[in-house]
Design a binder for this molecule. Sequence first.
Ligand code: UDP
Length: 418
Amino acid sequence: MNNSDPDKKLPSLLDYREVVGPDIIEELAILASHVGRKSIKMVNSTAVGGGVAEMLHRIVPLLNELGIQTEWQVIKGDDVFFEITKKMHNSLQGSEETISERAFRTYLSYNEANSKEIEADQDLIVIHDPQPAALIAWNQKRKNKWVWRCHIDLSHPNQKTWNLLKPYVENYDAAIFSSPLFSPQLSIPQYRFYPAIDPLDDKNKQLEKHYVRSVFKKYGIPRDKPIVTQISRYDPWKDPVGVIKAFRLARKHVECRLLLVGDKAADDPESDEVFEKVRAEAGDDPEIHTLLFSPSIPTEINAFQRGSDIVLQKSLREGFALTVSEALWKKRPVIGAAVGGIPAQVIDGYTGLLVYSVEGANLGIRQLLNQPDFAKTLAENGHQRVKDEFLITKNVKRYLLLLLALERPDKQTIFLSS
Ligand code: UDP
Protein backbone atom coordinates (compact mmCIF):
# COMPACT_ATOMS: atom_id res chain seq x y z
CA MET A 1 0.00 0.00 0.00
CA ASN A 2 1.19 3.42 -0.76
CA ASN A 3 0.68 5.48 2.36
CA SER A 4 3.94 7.35 2.19
CA ASP A 5 2.74 9.98 -0.27
CA PRO A 6 -1.01 10.21 -0.87
CA ASP A 7 -0.54 12.61 -3.81
CA LYS A 8 1.83 10.35 -5.67
CA LYS A 9 0.60 9.21 -9.07
CA LEU A 10 -0.29 5.53 -9.05
CA PRO A 11 1.05 3.34 -11.83
CA SER A 12 -1.32 2.66 -14.71
CA LEU A 13 -1.90 -0.71 -16.35
CA LEU A 14 0.49 0.17 -19.14
CA ASP A 15 3.28 0.58 -16.59
CA TYR A 16 2.94 -3.14 -15.81
CA ARG A 17 3.80 -4.13 -19.39
CA GLU A 18 7.48 -3.98 -18.61
CA VAL A 19 7.05 -6.30 -15.66
CA VAL A 20 4.60 -8.92 -16.93
CA GLY A 21 4.87 -8.46 -20.70
CA PRO A 22 2.46 -6.81 -23.17
CA ASP A 23 0.41 -9.98 -23.79
CA ILE A 24 -0.89 -10.09 -20.24
CA ILE A 25 -2.06 -6.47 -20.38
CA GLU A 26 -3.72 -7.04 -23.74
CA GLU A 27 -5.45 -10.11 -22.36
CA LEU A 28 -6.89 -8.01 -19.52
CA ALA A 29 -8.25 -5.46 -21.98
CA ILE A 30 -9.87 -8.22 -24.04
CA LEU A 31 -11.43 -9.82 -20.97
CA ALA A 32 -12.71 -6.43 -19.78
CA SER A 33 -14.35 -5.85 -23.14
CA HIS A 34 -16.23 -9.15 -22.66
CA VAL A 35 -17.33 -8.08 -19.21
CA GLY A 36 -18.72 -4.78 -20.53
CA ARG A 37 -20.08 -2.03 -18.30
CA LYS A 38 -20.10 -3.45 -14.82
CA SER A 39 -19.57 -2.00 -11.37
CA ILE A 40 -18.09 -3.44 -8.20
CA LYS A 41 -18.11 -2.35 -4.57
CA MET A 42 -15.46 -3.74 -2.24
CA VAL A 43 -16.23 -3.63 1.48
CA ASN A 44 -13.80 -4.41 4.29
CA SER A 45 -13.02 -3.25 7.81
CA THR A 46 -9.75 -1.34 7.61
CA ALA A 47 -8.19 1.09 5.18
CA VAL A 48 -4.70 0.58 6.58
CA GLY A 49 -2.74 -2.42 7.80
CA GLY A 50 -2.81 -6.04 6.77
CA GLY A 51 -2.91 -7.72 3.42
CA VAL A 52 -6.52 -7.01 2.46
CA ALA A 53 -6.17 -3.23 2.60
CA GLU A 54 -2.84 -3.62 0.86
CA MET A 55 -4.43 -5.34 -2.13
CA LEU A 56 -7.55 -3.19 -2.32
CA HIS A 57 -5.46 -0.05 -2.63
CA ARG A 58 -4.18 -1.33 -5.97
CA ILE A 59 -6.91 -3.54 -7.34
CA VAL A 60 -9.56 -0.80 -7.15
CA PRO A 61 -7.78 1.72 -9.43
CA LEU A 62 -6.69 -0.97 -11.89
CA LEU A 63 -10.23 -2.30 -12.31
CA ASN A 64 -11.43 1.27 -12.83
CA GLU A 65 -8.82 1.75 -15.50
CA LEU A 66 -10.24 -1.26 -17.32
CA GLY A 67 -13.69 0.34 -17.30
CA ILE A 68 -15.09 -1.64 -14.34
CA GLN A 69 -16.41 1.06 -12.01
CA THR A 70 -15.02 -0.04 -8.69
CA GLU A 71 -15.49 1.58 -5.29
CA TRP A 72 -14.15 0.64 -1.88
CA GLN A 73 -15.89 1.36 1.40
CA VAL A 74 -14.65 0.62 4.91
CA ILE A 75 -17.21 -0.28 7.58
CA LYS A 76 -17.25 1.61 10.84
CA GLY A 77 -16.46 -0.01 14.14
CA ASP A 78 -15.04 0.79 17.53
CA ASP A 79 -13.03 -1.12 20.13
CA VAL A 80 -16.07 -3.15 21.20
CA PHE A 81 -16.71 -4.33 17.64
CA PHE A 82 -13.08 -5.03 16.81
CA GLU A 83 -12.54 -6.97 20.05
CA ILE A 84 -15.39 -9.25 18.99
CA THR A 85 -14.28 -9.55 15.37
CA LYS A 86 -10.70 -10.29 16.38
CA LYS A 87 -11.98 -13.08 18.61
CA MET A 88 -14.12 -14.28 15.74
CA HIS A 89 -11.11 -14.17 13.42
CA ASN A 90 -9.01 -16.19 15.89
CA SER A 91 -11.81 -18.61 16.48
CA LEU A 92 -12.44 -19.14 12.76
CA GLN A 93 -8.73 -19.86 12.38
CA GLY A 94 -9.12 -22.60 14.98
CA SER A 95 -8.48 -21.14 18.42
CA GLU A 96 -10.44 -22.36 21.42
CA GLU A 97 -12.04 -18.94 21.95
CA THR A 98 -15.72 -18.97 21.17
CA ILE A 99 -18.08 -16.14 20.49
CA SER A 100 -20.98 -15.94 22.89
CA GLU A 101 -24.47 -15.51 21.43
CA ARG A 102 -24.52 -12.10 23.06
CA ALA A 103 -21.26 -11.02 21.45
CA PHE A 104 -22.55 -12.31 18.13
CA ARG A 105 -25.69 -10.20 18.54
CA THR A 106 -23.48 -7.17 19.17
CA TYR A 107 -21.52 -8.07 16.02
CA LEU A 108 -24.81 -8.19 14.11
CA SER A 109 -25.93 -4.83 15.46
CA TYR A 110 -22.76 -3.17 14.13
CA ASN A 111 -23.34 -4.82 10.77
CA GLU A 112 -26.94 -3.59 10.77
CA ALA A 113 -25.80 -0.03 11.55
CA ASN A 114 -23.23 -0.20 8.77
CA SER A 115 -25.78 -1.57 6.32
CA LYS A 116 -27.60 1.76 6.52
CA GLU A 117 -24.51 3.62 5.39
CA ILE A 118 -23.41 1.33 2.61
CA GLU A 119 -25.15 1.84 -0.68
CA ALA A 120 -24.90 -1.46 -2.44
CA ASP A 121 -26.37 -0.95 -5.89
CA GLN A 122 -23.32 -2.00 -7.92
CA ASP A 123 -23.47 -5.14 -10.07
CA LEU A 124 -21.15 -6.99 -7.75
CA ILE A 125 -20.61 -6.48 -4.03
CA VAL A 126 -17.48 -8.11 -2.63
CA ILE A 127 -17.47 -8.36 1.14
CA HIS A 128 -14.03 -9.07 2.54
CA ASP A 129 -13.58 -11.25 5.60
CA PRO A 130 -15.86 -11.93 8.58
CA GLN A 131 -16.12 -8.39 9.99
CA PRO A 132 -18.70 -7.15 7.46
CA ALA A 133 -19.97 -10.62 6.42
CA ALA A 134 -23.40 -10.18 8.02
CA LEU A 135 -24.18 -7.05 6.00
CA ILE A 136 -25.95 -9.33 3.57
CA ALA A 137 -28.71 -9.95 6.10
CA TRP A 138 -29.98 -6.40 5.53
CA ASN A 139 -29.80 -6.72 1.76
CA GLN A 140 -32.14 -9.63 1.22
CA LYS A 141 -34.06 -8.04 -1.64
CA ARG A 142 -30.99 -7.42 -3.72
CA LYS A 143 -30.95 -7.83 -7.48
CA ASN A 144 -27.18 -7.74 -7.78
CA LYS A 145 -24.57 -10.40 -6.92
CA TRP A 146 -22.91 -10.59 -3.53
CA VAL A 147 -19.70 -12.53 -2.99
CA TRP A 148 -17.94 -13.20 0.31
CA ARG A 149 -14.17 -13.01 -0.06
CA CYS A 150 -12.58 -14.91 2.82
CA HIS A 151 -8.90 -14.11 3.31
CA ILE A 152 -8.37 -16.10 6.48
CA ASP A 153 -7.35 -19.69 7.09
CA LEU A 154 -10.62 -21.54 7.45
CA SER A 155 -9.11 -25.02 7.35
CA HIS A 156 -9.78 -25.84 11.04
CA PRO A 157 -12.47 -23.44 12.25
CA ASN A 158 -13.91 -23.54 15.71
CA GLN A 159 -17.21 -25.14 14.73
CA LYS A 160 -19.33 -23.14 17.15
CA THR A 161 -18.20 -19.86 15.68
CA TRP A 162 -18.38 -21.13 12.11
CA ASN A 163 -21.94 -22.34 12.74
CA LEU A 164 -22.89 -18.81 13.78
CA LEU A 165 -21.43 -17.25 10.65
CA LYS A 166 -22.16 -19.95 8.08
CA PRO A 167 -25.87 -19.14 7.53
CA TYR A 168 -24.86 -15.59 6.63
CA VAL A 169 -22.18 -16.84 4.24
CA GLU A 170 -24.68 -19.15 2.57
CA ASN A 171 -26.81 -16.14 1.78
CA TYR A 172 -24.18 -14.97 -0.68
CA ASP A 173 -24.14 -15.84 -4.37
CA ALA A 174 -20.64 -17.25 -4.02
CA ALA A 175 -17.62 -17.38 -1.75
CA ILE A 176 -13.94 -16.98 -2.57
CA PHE A 177 -11.10 -18.64 -0.65
CA SER A 178 -7.34 -18.21 -0.94
CA SER A 179 -6.69 -21.93 -0.99
CA PRO A 180 -8.74 -25.03 -1.77
CA LEU A 181 -7.62 -26.21 1.70
CA PHE A 182 -9.95 -23.63 3.26
CA SER A 183 -12.98 -24.52 1.22
CA PRO A 184 -15.76 -25.65 3.61
CA GLN A 185 -19.00 -27.45 2.78
CA LEU A 186 -21.29 -24.70 1.52
CA SER A 187 -24.50 -24.58 -0.44
CA ILE A 188 -23.14 -21.81 -2.70
CA PRO A 189 -20.51 -21.87 -5.47
CA GLN A 190 -16.92 -21.35 -4.43
CA TYR A 191 -13.92 -19.88 -6.19
CA ARG A 192 -10.25 -19.89 -5.42
CA PHE A 193 -8.34 -16.62 -5.78
CA TYR A 194 -4.73 -16.33 -4.84
CA PRO A 195 -3.99 -12.90 -3.41
CA ALA A 196 -1.33 -10.85 -5.13
CA ILE A 197 1.34 -8.21 -4.70
CA ASP A 198 1.98 -5.07 -6.68
CA PRO A 199 5.47 -5.08 -8.19
CA LEU A 200 5.36 -1.31 -8.80
CA ASP A 201 4.27 -0.33 -5.31
CA ASP A 202 6.72 1.36 -2.95
CA LYS A 203 6.65 -1.88 -0.99
CA ASN A 204 8.08 -3.89 -3.88
CA LYS A 205 9.80 -1.56 -6.32
CA GLN A 206 13.57 -1.67 -6.90
CA LEU A 207 15.57 0.29 -4.34
CA GLU A 208 19.03 1.75 -4.38
CA LYS A 209 21.48 -0.16 -2.19
CA HIS A 210 22.44 2.98 -0.31
CA TYR A 211 18.79 3.54 0.65
CA VAL A 212 18.57 -0.01 1.99
CA ARG A 213 21.71 0.60 4.00
CA SER A 214 20.35 3.89 5.35
CA VAL A 215 17.16 2.22 6.62
CA PHE A 216 19.08 -0.40 8.58
CA LYS A 217 21.27 2.37 9.96
CA LYS A 218 18.27 4.51 10.90
CA TYR A 219 16.92 1.74 13.12
CA GLY A 220 20.30 0.76 14.54
CA ILE A 221 20.49 -2.70 12.99
CA PRO A 222 24.09 -3.63 12.21
CA ARG A 223 24.63 -5.68 9.06
CA ASP A 224 27.80 -7.31 10.34
CA LYS A 225 26.11 -10.75 10.33
CA PRO A 226 23.48 -12.37 8.10
CA ILE A 227 20.04 -11.04 8.89
CA VAL A 228 17.04 -13.30 9.38
CA THR A 229 13.79 -11.35 9.26
CA GLN A 230 10.09 -11.83 9.83
CA ILE A 231 7.79 -8.96 8.87
CA SER A 232 4.28 -9.45 10.19
CA ARG A 233 1.67 -7.95 12.43
CA TYR A 234 2.32 -8.87 16.07
CA ASP A 235 -0.30 -11.56 16.14
CA PRO A 236 -0.09 -14.95 17.89
CA TRP A 237 -0.86 -16.69 14.57
CA LYS A 238 2.31 -15.23 13.07
CA ASP A 239 4.24 -16.91 15.91
CA PRO A 240 6.87 -14.21 16.55
CA VAL A 241 7.87 -15.95 19.78
CA GLY A 242 8.45 -19.18 17.81
CA VAL A 243 10.65 -17.19 15.45
CA ILE A 244 12.82 -16.06 18.36
CA LYS A 245 13.10 -19.64 19.61
CA ALA A 246 14.11 -20.92 16.16
CA PHE A 247 16.64 -18.12 15.81
CA ARG A 248 18.20 -18.93 19.17
CA LEU A 249 18.60 -22.59 18.22
CA ALA A 250 20.13 -21.69 14.86
CA ARG A 251 22.47 -19.10 16.33
CA LYS A 252 24.31 -21.79 18.24
CA HIS A 253 25.60 -23.00 14.85
CA VAL A 254 25.58 -20.01 12.49
CA GLU A 255 26.24 -16.32 12.97
CA CYS A 256 23.12 -14.23 12.43
CA ARG A 257 20.88 -11.47 13.68
CA LEU A 258 17.11 -11.54 13.99
CA LEU A 259 14.88 -8.71 12.88
CA LEU A 260 11.18 -8.71 13.75
CA VAL A 261 9.13 -5.95 12.18
CA GLY A 262 5.42 -5.41 12.62
CA ASP A 263 2.75 -2.78 12.32
CA LYS A 264 -0.66 -2.26 13.81
CA ALA A 265 -3.82 -2.73 11.78
CA ALA A 266 -6.65 -0.42 12.84
CA ASP A 267 -8.91 -3.44 13.36
CA ASP A 268 -6.37 -5.40 15.45
CA PRO A 269 -6.44 -4.61 19.17
CA GLU A 270 -4.02 -7.43 20.08
CA SER A 271 -0.71 -6.16 18.74
CA ASP A 272 0.52 -4.21 21.80
CA GLU A 273 0.02 -7.21 24.05
CA VAL A 274 1.76 -9.58 21.64
CA PHE A 275 4.58 -7.11 21.13
CA GLU A 276 5.14 -7.02 24.90
CA LYS A 277 5.40 -10.82 24.92
CA VAL A 278 7.90 -10.67 22.10
CA ARG A 279 9.95 -8.05 23.94
CA ALA A 280 9.92 -10.18 27.06
CA GLU A 281 11.09 -13.22 25.10
CA ALA A 282 13.83 -11.22 23.37
CA GLY A 283 15.02 -9.69 26.66
CA ASP A 284 18.11 -7.57 26.15
CA ASP A 285 19.58 -9.90 23.54
CA PRO A 286 21.75 -7.60 21.38
CA GLU A 287 21.22 -9.78 18.29
CA ILE A 288 17.43 -9.55 18.34
CA HIS A 289 15.91 -6.36 16.93
CA THR A 290 12.19 -5.74 17.32
CA LEU A 291 10.33 -2.88 15.69
CA LEU A 292 6.65 -1.94 16.02
CA PHE A 293 5.28 0.66 13.62
CA SER A 294 1.95 2.38 13.48
CA PRO A 295 1.82 2.49 10.52
CA SER A 296 5.00 1.38 8.80
CA ILE A 297 6.51 3.09 5.77
CA PRO A 298 6.30 0.90 2.64
CA THR A 299 9.74 1.75 1.24
CA GLU A 300 11.27 0.91 4.62
CA ILE A 301 9.50 -2.46 4.69
CA ASN A 302 10.81 -2.99 1.17
CA ALA A 303 14.31 -2.13 2.40
CA PHE A 304 14.07 -4.52 5.35
CA GLN A 305 13.06 -7.31 2.98
CA ARG A 306 15.76 -6.51 0.43
CA GLY A 307 18.42 -6.19 3.10
CA SER A 308 17.66 -9.55 4.70
CA ASP A 309 19.56 -12.75 4.04
CA ILE A 310 16.58 -14.94 4.91
CA VAL A 311 12.93 -14.05 5.24
CA LEU A 312 10.89 -16.18 7.59
CA GLN A 313 7.11 -16.54 7.77
CA LYS A 314 6.63 -18.95 10.60
CA SER A 315 2.87 -18.62 10.94
CA LEU A 316 0.71 -21.14 12.76
CA ARG A 317 -2.31 -20.29 10.64
CA GLU A 318 -2.25 -18.07 7.63
CA GLY A 319 -4.67 -16.81 5.01
CA PHE A 320 -2.02 -16.38 2.35
CA ALA A 321 0.96 -14.33 3.62
CA LEU A 322 1.64 -11.61 1.10
CA THR A 323 4.93 -11.18 2.90
CA VAL A 324 6.12 -14.44 1.34
CA SER A 325 5.43 -13.28 -2.21
CA GLU A 326 6.96 -9.90 -1.40
CA ALA A 327 10.19 -11.54 -0.25
CA LEU A 328 10.32 -13.99 -3.15
CA TRP A 329 9.73 -11.18 -5.61
CA LYS A 330 12.85 -9.54 -4.17
CA LYS A 331 14.72 -12.81 -4.70
CA ARG A 332 15.12 -13.43 -1.01
CA PRO A 333 15.41 -17.03 0.26
CA VAL A 334 12.25 -17.78 2.21
CA ILE A 335 11.44 -20.23 4.98
CA GLY A 336 7.69 -20.57 5.33
CA ALA A 337 5.45 -22.56 7.62
CA ALA A 338 3.44 -25.24 5.84
CA VAL A 339 0.11 -23.58 6.62
CA GLY A 340 -2.60 -21.73 4.74
CA GLY A 341 -1.54 -20.19 1.47
CA ILE A 342 2.19 -20.47 2.15
CA PRO A 343 2.69 -23.86 0.41
CA ALA A 344 1.16 -22.38 -2.75
CA GLN A 345 4.07 -19.93 -2.77
CA VAL A 346 6.84 -21.96 -1.17
CA ILE A 347 7.32 -25.22 -2.99
CA ASP A 348 9.67 -27.04 -0.67
CA GLY A 349 13.19 -27.33 -2.04
CA TYR A 350 12.23 -25.45 -5.19
CA THR A 351 11.06 -21.93 -4.31
CA GLY A 352 11.93 -22.00 -0.60
CA LEU A 353 11.84 -24.24 2.43
CA LEU A 354 8.64 -25.36 4.14
CA VAL A 355 8.79 -26.03 7.86
CA TYR A 356 6.44 -27.47 10.46
CA SER A 357 8.03 -26.44 13.74
CA VAL A 358 10.51 -24.26 15.61
CA GLU A 359 13.11 -26.98 15.10
CA GLY A 360 12.36 -27.06 11.38
CA ALA A 361 12.76 -23.30 11.13
CA ASN A 362 16.08 -23.59 12.98
CA LEU A 363 17.32 -26.24 10.53
CA GLY A 364 16.11 -24.13 7.61
CA ILE A 365 18.02 -21.06 8.78
CA ARG A 366 21.19 -23.11 9.18
CA GLN A 367 20.81 -24.81 5.80
CA LEU A 368 20.23 -21.59 3.89
CA LEU A 369 23.06 -19.74 5.61
CA ASN A 370 25.43 -22.65 5.07
CA GLN A 371 24.44 -23.19 1.42
CA PRO A 372 24.22 -19.75 -0.20
CA ASP A 373 24.12 -21.14 -3.76
CA PHE A 374 21.15 -23.33 -2.92
CA ALA A 375 19.48 -20.36 -1.21
CA LYS A 376 20.04 -18.26 -4.32
CA THR A 377 18.51 -20.90 -6.60
CA LEU A 378 15.41 -21.14 -4.39
CA ALA A 379 15.05 -17.37 -4.47
CA GLU A 380 15.37 -17.18 -8.26
CA ASN A 381 12.73 -19.90 -8.70
CA GLY A 382 10.53 -18.13 -6.17
CA HIS A 383 10.74 -14.88 -8.10
CA GLN A 384 9.53 -16.65 -11.23
CA ARG A 385 6.66 -18.31 -9.38
CA VAL A 386 5.50 -14.92 -8.07
CA LYS A 387 5.76 -13.48 -11.56
CA ASP A 388 3.57 -16.28 -12.91
CA GLU A 389 0.93 -16.43 -10.19
CA PHE A 390 0.95 -13.75 -7.54
CA LEU A 391 1.18 -10.35 -9.19
CA ILE A 392 -1.68 -7.86 -9.08
CA THR A 393 -2.35 -8.22 -12.81
CA LYS A 394 -3.34 -11.84 -12.16
CA ASN A 395 -5.71 -10.67 -9.46
CA VAL A 396 -7.33 -8.19 -11.84
CA LYS A 397 -7.82 -11.07 -14.27
CA ARG A 398 -9.51 -13.15 -11.57
CA TYR A 399 -12.01 -10.39 -10.81
CA LEU A 400 -12.82 -10.09 -14.51
CA LEU A 401 -13.28 -13.85 -14.73
CA LEU A 402 -15.44 -13.72 -11.62
CA LEU A 403 -17.76 -11.17 -13.23
CA LEU A 404 -18.07 -13.47 -16.23
CA ALA A 405 -18.46 -16.63 -14.13
CA LEU A 406 -21.21 -15.15 -11.95
CA GLU A 407 -23.34 -14.78 -15.04
CA ARG A 408 -23.04 -18.54 -15.52
CA PRO A 409 -23.68 -20.01 -12.06
CA ASP A 410 -24.15 -23.56 -13.31
CA LYS A 411 -21.28 -25.22 -11.45
CA GLN A 412 -20.94 -25.70 -7.70
CA THR A 413 -17.18 -25.20 -7.55
CA ILE A 414 -15.09 -23.51 -10.18
CA PHE A 415 -11.41 -22.97 -9.59
CA LEU A 416 -10.28 -19.90 -11.43
CA SER A 417 -6.68 -20.96 -11.65
CA SER A 418 -5.64 -19.36 -14.89
N1 UDP B 1 3.30 -5.16 6.55
C1 UDP B 1 3.76 -3.86 6.59
N2 UDP B 1 4.41 -3.45 7.72
C2 UDP B 1 4.63 -4.28 8.77
C3 UDP B 1 4.13 -5.61 8.71
C4 UDP B 1 3.49 -6.01 7.57
O1 UDP B 1 3.60 -3.09 5.66
O2 UDP B 1 5.20 -3.83 9.74
C5 UDP B 1 2.63 -5.57 5.32
C6 UDP B 1 3.32 -6.72 4.64
O3 UDP B 1 4.43 -6.24 3.90
C7 UDP B 1 2.18 -7.27 3.80
C8 UDP B 1 0.96 -7.03 4.68
O4 UDP B 1 1.31 -6.00 5.60
O5 UDP B 1 2.06 -6.54 2.61
C9 UDP B 1 0.56 -8.25 5.47
O6 UDP B 1 -0.09 -9.15 4.64
P1 UDP B 1 -0.08 -10.70 4.94
O7 UDP B 1 -0.94 -11.35 3.93
O8 UDP B 1 1.33 -11.20 5.00
O9 UDP B 1 -0.65 -10.85 6.41
P2 UDP B 1 -1.98 -10.30 7.14
O10 UDP B 1 -1.49 -9.15 7.98
O11 UDP B 1 -2.96 -9.89 6.10
O12 UDP B 1 -2.42 -11.45 8.00
